[in-house]
Design a binder for this molecule. Structure first.
Ligand code: ASP
Length: 322
């Protein structure tokens, strides 16, 4: 079938709200489940109405940034100085378009800015002041950095400082906080024309050093899409995902190694583990296979396969390929 003929049967979608550890008695995470379900439904409806994969992942990630239950936008974790420094990236499989921003604190929607970088600038990656200047120039909504800060993240920063750790947002020293906000957010989609897209947004790690940039903003690491193979969005220990060149590694294993998406994700995640990292990813391949593997305790995730029914999971209740 020609890649240009629209076919609603091609539609696939998945999103994540972070990977990490969650105590067994942490409760059902109802608020997070509801948010993931509602946002996935909105993205699938957009795809069913003929919208592009790129628009679906942008919509999902922007809405997750606005939701204080996750580590992106409002509710993002804080760096050593108590400030949010947000990273985001978007990838368009059709032509390997990509745009990313790192270390922004005043842009209302980092993923919208990442998309503007891709569509309205001659470059692919901006950081900090330069990224914010571009956002102002392009007329994107700006906010005070305090607009992103919620009390839970101040508590988590204080706990990380006490224990001297630089923590995945959701690895709690204090189990009583376990029912609170969770992780990095991302989305992947395949639209009616068969095009793939990925988007990821995060506050990074609690108590990170100012200026630190994670895998989220790095095309070919935490965010990747190419119509010839797959779309991938990651969450976990960013340094290990960068060193594993995660997205590019999945692509290479499929294209040059002839592996399936599931095997390519599994082997790339094993490499992350070998490099000392934990986490997971959501991925869709060009044939519509969806994989949601992780080597951490949990991966907050929602997806819709060929039947367009929204499914949700947090722990290991479903296989990695769904
Ligand atoms: N991967 C993100 C980073 O290292 C963090 C996360 O997924 O929780 O910035």
């Amino acid at each position: 079938m020609s890649a240009d003929r629209a076919d609603p049967a091609r539609i696939r979608f998945a999103l994540h709200g972070g990977a990490g550890e969650l105590p067994d008695d942490a409760g059902p995470q109802d608020a997070q489940r509801t948010a993931l379900h509602d946002i996935a439904s909105a993205a699938v409806a957009l795809l069913q109405a003929g919208g592009s994969a790129l628009d679906a992942v942008t919509l999902a990630v922007e809405r997750l940034e606005q939701c204080p239950l996750f580590n992106a936008g409002v509710g993002a974790v804080l760096n050593r100085d108590g400030l949010p420094e947000l990273d985001a990236a978007i990838a368009r499989g059709e032509d390997r378009g990509t745009g990313a921003v790192a270390g922004v604190s005043r842009v209302a929607s980092p993923i919208r800015l990442a998309r503007a970088v891709m569509e309205r600038s001659p470059h692919v990656l901006f950081s900090a002041d330069g990224a914010e200047a571009l956002a102002r120039e392009l007329g994107l909504p700006m906010v005070d950095p305090q607009a992103f800060v919620i009390p839970l993240r101040l508590e988590q920063l204080a706990a990380a400082k006490r224990s001297g750790s630089i923590a995945l947002d959701h690895v709690d020293d204090d189990a009583s906080a376990a029912d609170a906000a969770f992780g990095t957010v991302g989305a992947v989609a395949r639209d009616r024309r068969g095009h793939l897209a990925a988007a990821t947004s995060t506050g990074g790690l609690t108590n990170k050093l100012p200026g630190r940039i994670g895998d989220t903003a790095v095309f070919g690491a935490g965010t990747f899409a190419d119509d010839s193979s797959c779309a991938v969005s990651c969450t976990g220990t960013g340094e290990a995902f960068i060193r594993a060149a995660f997205g590019q590694a999945v692509h290479g294993r499929m294209i040059w190694g002839g592996q399936s998406l599931a095997d390519a994700c599994r082997d790339s995640l094993a490499e992350v583990r070998r490099l000392g990292g934990v986490g997971g990813c959501i991925a869709i391949d060009r044939d519509g296979t969806i994989c949601l593997p992780f080597n951490s305790g949990v991966l907050f995730r929602a997806w819709a396969a060929a039947d367009a029914v929204i499914q949700l999971a947090i722990r290991r209740e479903t296989p990695a390929e769904v």
